[in-house]
Design a protein around this ligand. Structure first.
Ligand code: C2E
Ligand code: MG
Ligand code: MG
Length: 575
């Protein structure tokens, strides 16, 4: 046993040494001041300290407090000794970290050995309790999977940084989210999902600076909290490093995953609270998630309004879909003869909606995101076939209806069976319907989508490729898929008589499509000269405000009924 005596009274020290030396294997270091004692404690590992209360440079309680601050790598039990047996002092000594108290007049062999024995036992016990408390404190701040800080620890660190904000340094937060994580998790299994998160965590850890704090703050969401004098430069550098580190495949035993990430950032700023910052970083992340591929968004005030708008659209979609309140309008598609040969069904947000009013190009992407698109698509399709049936019942047998399909809808199980069934119930034939799909649906090139498009074509639906000219405009898509019709997007229609670029482009696109036998429709015709130009290209059909804006079913029937009254035999109206 190694004992340290800190006592300025040499006689008392000798008494203690004499008693202790009777025990074999005891080594003793004697010191006479607090300073010497503390120095010995720092350098040598002891099992017990016998500390006198009255020392020349400090009292025993002050020494106990000083020992605590030393943060010793080998702490040990301490017995405070005093000339007078004072119960108040005993209390204070225990509070200050001593394990026991001994009156100097009580010192005899038996008493001293017993006190040392008990103090050591007590110390051991306290030490283990403290260690396990520390361990559970750390565990409460750690994320088990990635060994990064967890959300609680991140929030604590953020709070600390906010309260210690100096005028020399500024802070910032980056939120980073693995795109389509749910898909990877479901597709490759949870083990691969977990491993992916671990690898992402490790790559983030590798590129941040020593004092930056990295945490996993959601299932597939990470946060980096950092500060710097020139925060803008630091943020840019960090983002560059992050994007570089994450932009190569994640390898597992038998799969490799290529993922993209969405990133949102915001600065700490003086007047912002912890809640504000988390909200702003989340808003920026949310906005980034709406973009495709890698995307970084910085928070600015307009984001709040945009996210609020998205929230309203999401709520409104569920609300109005459950009540079947969406409207469908129809825009005529005109043949070379000038006759309306088809109507494109276009969905409209309900009028007087308590959620506000939104355009289809605003709420369709949201509907795709929150998975209401299947229900919305089916609603539009049902309305379209009913409208078609109603027109046919009035004798308009040659007219067809086009319905837009989002790529996501094509993943639906037995979609073609359901559509055929809806046609049968309404008393129309699939050959009376045109399904408009965009090129993005063909890009994934997955087997299920390919099969679904073939199934739909086999069932008799006409497949029309929408918005041609905006994306890949790939001839191979036209060859490899059963596409009967191509719709040129209005962005490739010439905007003025001398817009030779678009004139040449449109002319080449039309001849390319015609060369493989596809029927060509040109959208966005607003003026007579555009109509004439497109007719000269020998495009089979045209559509646009020049002929008619999209109109409601009521307006449509009114128009047809009028022409019915004017002509004896009902034919498709010329508009
Ligand atoms: P789209 O399928 O290419 O539809 C044509 C869009 O162009 C329609 O916009 C139409 O109103 C507009 N348009 C037609 N002629 C002209 C013109 O001469 N000038 C101009 N400036 N615009 C014209 P809308 O109805 O706002 O729809 C936008 C897009 O939303 C559609 O583009 C389509 O991609 C999507 N969408 C609309 N309804 C549905 C639906 O029921 N399901 C799905 N999946 N998507 C839909
Ligand atoms: Mg369309
Ligand atoms: Mg289009």
């Amino acid at each position: 046993m190694r004992v340290l005596i800190i006592d300025d009274d040499m006689v008392d020290r000798k008494d203690i040494v004499r008693v202790l030396q009777t025990q074999a294997g005891t080594s003793i270091v004697e010191t006479a001041t607090a300073q010497e004692g503390m120095a010995a404690l720092t350098n040598i590992k002891f099992d017990i300290v016998l500390l006198d209360y009255l020392l020349p440079d400090k009292n025993g309680l002050e020494v106990l407090a000083g020992i605590k601050t030393l943060n010793l790598s080998h702490p040990c039990g301490i017995i405070l000794m005093s000339g007078n047996d004072d119960s108040e002092l005993l209390e204070k000594a225990l509070e200050a970290g001593a394990q026991d108290f001994l009156g100097k007049n009580e010192i005899n062999q038996q008493r001293l050995q017993r006190t040392i024995h008990l103090a050591r036992k007590r110390f051991e016990l306290e030490y283990h309790v403290r260690k396990s408390q520390e361990r559970s404190k750390i565990a409460a701040r750690m994320d088990n999977l990635t060994r990064l800080f967890n959300r609680t620890a991140f929030e604590t660190a953020l709070e600390k940084m906010l309260s210690s904000n100096t005028e020399y340094e500024e802070g910032a937060v980056i939120f980073l989210d693995v795109d389509n994580f749910k898909f990877f998790n479901e597709c490759y299994g949870h083990e691969v999902g977990d491993e992916l998160l671990k690898q992402v965590a490790a790559r983030i850890k590798q590129v941040v600076d020593k004092n930056d704090q990295v945490a996993r703050v959601g299932s597939n969401e990470f946060a980096v909290l950092f500060k710097a004098q020139d925060i803008e430069t630091k943020k840019r550098r960090l983002l560059n490093r992050l994007l570089k580190a994450l932009d190569f495949p994640f390898a597992f035993d038998d799969v490799e995953i290529n993922c993209t990430f969405s990133i949102g950032c915001t600065f700490l700023g003086n007047e912002k609270s912890k809640k504000d910052i988390i909200k702003q970083a989340n808003l920026a992340l949310h906005k980034a998630k709406g973009e495709s591929g890698y995307s970084v968004t910085e928070f600015d005030a307009s984001l709040s309004a945009e996210i609020e708008k998205q929230r309203k659209m999401k709520e409104g979609l569920e609300f109005h879909l459950n009540r079947g309140e969406f409207n469908v309008v129809y825009q005529p598609i005109i043949a070379e003869s000038g006759e309306t040969v088809s109507l494109e069904a276009l969905v409209r947000w309900p009028e007087n909606s308590p959620f506000g009013h939104f355009r289809p190009d605003e709420f369709i992407p949201i509907s795709e995101q929150n998975q209401t698109i299947d229900k919305l698509g089916e609603f539009v399709f049902k309305q379209a076939v009913e409208t078609l049936a109603s027109l046919k019942s009035r004798g308009y047998n040659d007219i067809r209806v086009s319905v837009n399909f989002s790529p996501i809808q094509l993943n639906q199980w037995e979609l073609s069976v359901r559509l055929v069934d809806l046609c049968r119930k309404a008393g129309v034939s699939p050959s009376d319907l045109v399904l408009e799909i965009t090129e993005t649906a063909l890009l994934s090139n997955d087997f299920a989508t390919k099969r679904m498009i073939s199934e739909l074509a086999t069932a008799g639906f006409t497949i029309s490729l929408d918005d041609f000219g905006t994306g890949y405009s790939s001839i191979s898509h036209l060859i490899n898929f059963p596409i009967n019709q191509v719709k040129m997007d209005r962005s490739v229609v010439p905007v003025s008589q001398d817009d030779s670029k678009r004139k040449n482009l449109l002319s080449s696109l039309v001849s390319m499509c015609k060369s493989i036998g596809a029927v060509v429709v040109i959208e966005g015709i607003e003026e007579q000269w555009q109509a004439d130009f497109c007719r000269a290209l020998r495009a089979e059909k045209q559509q646009g405000y020049f002929y008619s804006k999209p109109i409601s079913f009521a307006e449509l029937t009114e128009k047809y009924l009028q022409s019915e009254e004017e002509t004896a035999a009902p034919r498709c109206a010329s508009m």
